[in-house]
Design a protein around this ligand. Structure first.
Ligand SMILES: Cc1ncc(COP(=O)(O)O)c(C=O)c1O
Length: 454
């Protein structure tokens, strides 16, 4: 049983019920099962209003890198807010934005030279899509009125981003009449990421997948402005890990057909997959790169779309040429968010953040190896600090029916046991802050085993 809430939360939850509308939520659920009040964050834990402490096993929607309330991040925000909280970025510039690009650029593929700020992952993707389309037009490529994307992808919730995504639980189907034209390409999961991999026939399947990418571009390449993909792992798509060789093939086909390659590293960036960016593991550099979530260490909303000089040049000209990229947001390059992003990047330079992530990755593999032995678990896999598996009914081996809401029930029960997990469909995963002590991952696996036994 959960520890009861202090009585003053009764009125607050009544206010929530009366006026709030939560994201990704059928609000009727909260009639019987109200949202969980959270009152603090400390390291890799969230502190709940009922006095319990839970491991933030999903980094608060994949944002938190160095733990909650990191003193260097907190003081960077305080200092910057006192000095210059925010100023418009059209016609102005400021130190935190400049320091941020100076710190980040050496960590990125060297062809990415131009940084455009926006507010969150979805807007970073919108910017990339619009830039790609406009750059193609302005270099004389007029028939490129559509995008390519991987099947089962997710790139955010604004209409442009929904158009290149394909997840029914994110309402892609409902909004179809309003969406961009998008051609979709299927790539297989990479069995080498599985902890009990069966590689029979894999070289042949990989070659067939390469061939289907070539066929896709032969069919659609001349119509595409850009192809967008999350490198190596489709996170919201159910932690679907796909082969780096196919990202290389995508790069080659984009080059051969004059299509820009957009890599969406909103979720995969900043060490999650074991390297600073996931695309490093394939040796692939995109034309446009989307970053958000971990950019500020998980403290404030901010995003960046990086472009090559060749793309930037397509927008260059006198004001009357009409070539400018006329896009922006009120909070573009928010100074406080830029300052905390600098502090987060400084931690990568001053502390062994990636080395700690490597230790965490080893713990993650061990934890999912243990989980893999449970009869309710299939297809346990890991990539860097991300571990995932599929949950089935342990007696029948079949998927749980959607109306059983197994994932939601597991999420709620795990909270009572000090662990925040939030399965996506039948995919149970852990994606904790990079600073999580490895021992906490072993504990999380033990908790999950107990819950699966129940
Ligand atoms: C790969 C990817 N791209 C874009 C987004 C959208 O980011 P945001 O929720 O910050 O708009 C997400 C969010 O989960 C994501 O995982």
């Amino acid at each position: 049983m959960p520890t009861p809430l202090p009585p003053d939360w009764n009125d607050r939850l009544a206010l929530d019920r009366a006026h709030l509308w939560h994201p990704f939520t059928q609000m009727q659920v909260h009639e019987a099962d109200p949202p969980v009040p959270v009152v603090g964050g400390e390291g890799c834990d969230l502190l709940l209003a009922n006095g319990e402490r839970v491991l933030d096993g999903i980094s608060s929607w994949w944002t938190c890198l160095h733990g909650h309330g990191h003193p260097r991040l907190v003081s960077a925000m305080e200092r910057q807010a006192a000095r210059l909280d925010h100023a418009m970025f059209a016609g102005f510039t400021h130190e935190p934005a400049l320091e941020l690009v100076a710190r980040l650029r050496p960590k990125l593929p060297p062809n990415l030279t131009r940084a455009f700020f926006s507010d969150d992952g979805s807007t970073a993707v919108e910017v990339a899509l619009k830039m790609a389309f406009q750059a193609q037009l302005q270099r004389g490529q007029k028939g490129r009125d559509r995008f390519g994307a991987l099947r089962g992808g997710y790139h955010g919730d604004t209409l442009g981003a929904v158009g290149v995504g394909e997840l029914e639980n994110f309402m892609t189907g409902l909004f179809r009449p309003l969406l961009l034209a998008c051609e979709r390409l299927e790539v297989p999961e990479d069995p080498r990421r599985e902890l009990h991999a069966d590689l029979t026939g894999w070289p042949e399947r990989l070659e067939a997948a390469r061939q289907s990418i070539r066929t896709f571009f032969a069919d659609h390449g001349e119509r595409l402005a850009a192809f967008i993909a999350e490198p190596l792992i489709q996170c919201a798509g159910g932690m679907r890990m796909w082969p780096p060789e196919l990202l290389q093939e995508l790069r080659a086909q984009c080059d051969a057909h004059g299509v820009y390659l957009i890599l969406d590293e909103v979720a995969t960036g900043f060490g999650r997959t074991g390297t600073f960016l996931a695309c490093e593991q394939a040796g692939v550099a995109p034309d446009l790169l989307c970053l958000s979530k971990g950019l500020t260490g998980g403290t404030l909303p901010l995003s960046l779309t990086w472009a090559t000089e060749a793309i930037y040049e397509q927008f260059w000209g006198p004001p009357a040429s009409g070539r400018a990229f006329l896009h922006g947001h009120s909070y573009t390059a928010n100074a406080t968010a830029c300052a905390v992003a600098c502090a987060s990047l400084a931690l990568f330079d001053d502390e062994p953040v990636l080395a700690n992530a490597a230790t965490l990755s080893a713990a993650m593999r061990e934890a999912f190896t243990v989980l893999a032995a449970h009869p309710a678990v299939r297809q346990a896999r890991a990539l860097g600090t991300i571990g995932a598996c599929r949950l089935v009914d342990s007696t029948t081996g079949e998927a749980h029916p959607a109306d059983a809401r197994f994932g939601w029930r597991l999420h709620r029960r795990a909270l009572d046991q000090g662990l925040l997990v939030r399965p996506i469909g039948d995919c149970l995963y852990l994606l904790p802050p990079l600073s999580t002590p490895p021992g906490r991952i072993a504990e999380a696996a033990a908790t999950l085993l107990l819950l699966l036994d129940e």
